[in-house]
Design a protein around this ligand. Structure first.
Ligand SMILES: Nc1ncnc2c1ncn2[C@@H]1O[C@H](COP(=O)(O)OP(=O)(O)OP(=O)(O)O)[C@@H](O)[C@H]1O
Ligand SMILES: Cc1ncc(CO)c(N)n1
Length: 265
């Protein structure tokens, strides 16, 4: 069995963050572990408060896992403070996990900042170069690249810019583009691939980005190549969005289909 670690924030409503990651890991039949970077008070309507975990406790959690257990892949989500980003980058240098998927979380769907403004530079300089694959949405890619992204051509330009900054591969997600499509663009510095996706008309998209990056890390750990891993992860999140759960009064979470136990006997 593959062992996966998520380094991310907790979402009390269970739709995004650590909770989404562990559900996606379970659905992919891998063993999930977690390092919590922040506790958010959050529901389907938005985020009301954030308490960051200290860099020392983040490092201690990472060391506790790696000193005892083989880690086949790491997924990194919300890390809001510069000092926490630095601690994680140092720990990655020390433990050298073979696969690191970085979802550069910046702002929640409801508009709450999950990355402190002064930490954006550290994310670009310290975490981005550790990424086997970086998975920015359009506003995140805009912050990283410093230009606005409105067309598919802009998405391709952003992907090239992010490779130039040191990520080994990048998936620029088109979920925030206007129109009928939710196409994503994968680029590894040599080959570019468009992954077609139809936009599903729904309110219930809480946790799409977290789910996609965790599915991706699982697929890569299981030995799929980049294109296979992204194709399968996009299919997983699309099904999850199609069956989004009308929970609470705001944006309900994507569904995770955990059917593995039926085949376990
Ligand atoms: N309404 C939709 N219909 C179909 N696919 C979608 C829709 N919204 C997003 N996606 C897809 O979901 C995946 C996650 O992308 P998205 O842009 O939503 O991430 P995100 O903004 O980082 O999410 P989060 O807010 O959870 O951080 C991408 O593959 C994207 O194309
Ligand atoms: C903890 C957490 N991580 C990531 C997201 C994605 O937006 C969120 N809403 N909450």
């Amino acid at each position: 069995m593959k062992h996966l670690l998520t380094i991310a924030g907790s979402d009390s409503s269970g739709g995004a963050g650590i909770q989404a990651d562990l559900k996606a890991f379970a659905a992919h039949g891998v063993f999930g572990m977690s390092v919590i970077t922040a506790v958010t008070a959050q529901n389907t309507c938005g985020v009301t408060a954030v308490q960051d975990i200290t860099p020392e406790i983040i490092t201690a959690q990472i060391d506790a896992v790696f000193s005892d257990i083989r880690v086949d892949a790491v997924k990194i989500g919300m890390v809001s403070r510069q000092e926490s980003i630095h601690a994680i980058a140092e720990a990655l240098k020390k433990w050298k996990p073979p696969i690191v998927v970085v979802d550069p979380v910046m702002i929640s769907k409801s508009g709450y900042p999950l990355l402190q403004p002064e930490a954006c530079d550290a994310l670009i300089k310290e975490l981005l170069p550790c990424a086997t694959l970086l998975t920015p949405n359009l506003p995140e890619a805009e912050s990283i690249c410093g230009f606005s992204i409105c067309t598919e051509e802009d998405m391709e330009k952003a992907a090239a810019c992010i490779i130039g900054l040191g990520a080994k591969a990048v998936l620029v997600k088109g979920g925030h583009l206007e129109g009928e499509r939710a196409d994503d663009y994968l680029y590894d510095g040599k080959n570019g691939t468009w992954l077609p996706g139809e936009r599903i008309q729904t309110e219930h998209t809480h946790g799409t980005g977290c789910t996609l990056s965790s599915a991706l890390a699982s697929n890569l750990a299981k030995g799929m190549d980049l294109t296979e891993a992204v194709t399968a992860a996009k299919a997983y999140v699309t099904t999850g969005i199609r069956h989004g759960i009308a929970l609470g009064h705001g944006h309900g979470p994507v569904h995770h289909f955990v059917e593995m136990w039926k085949n376990a006997e």
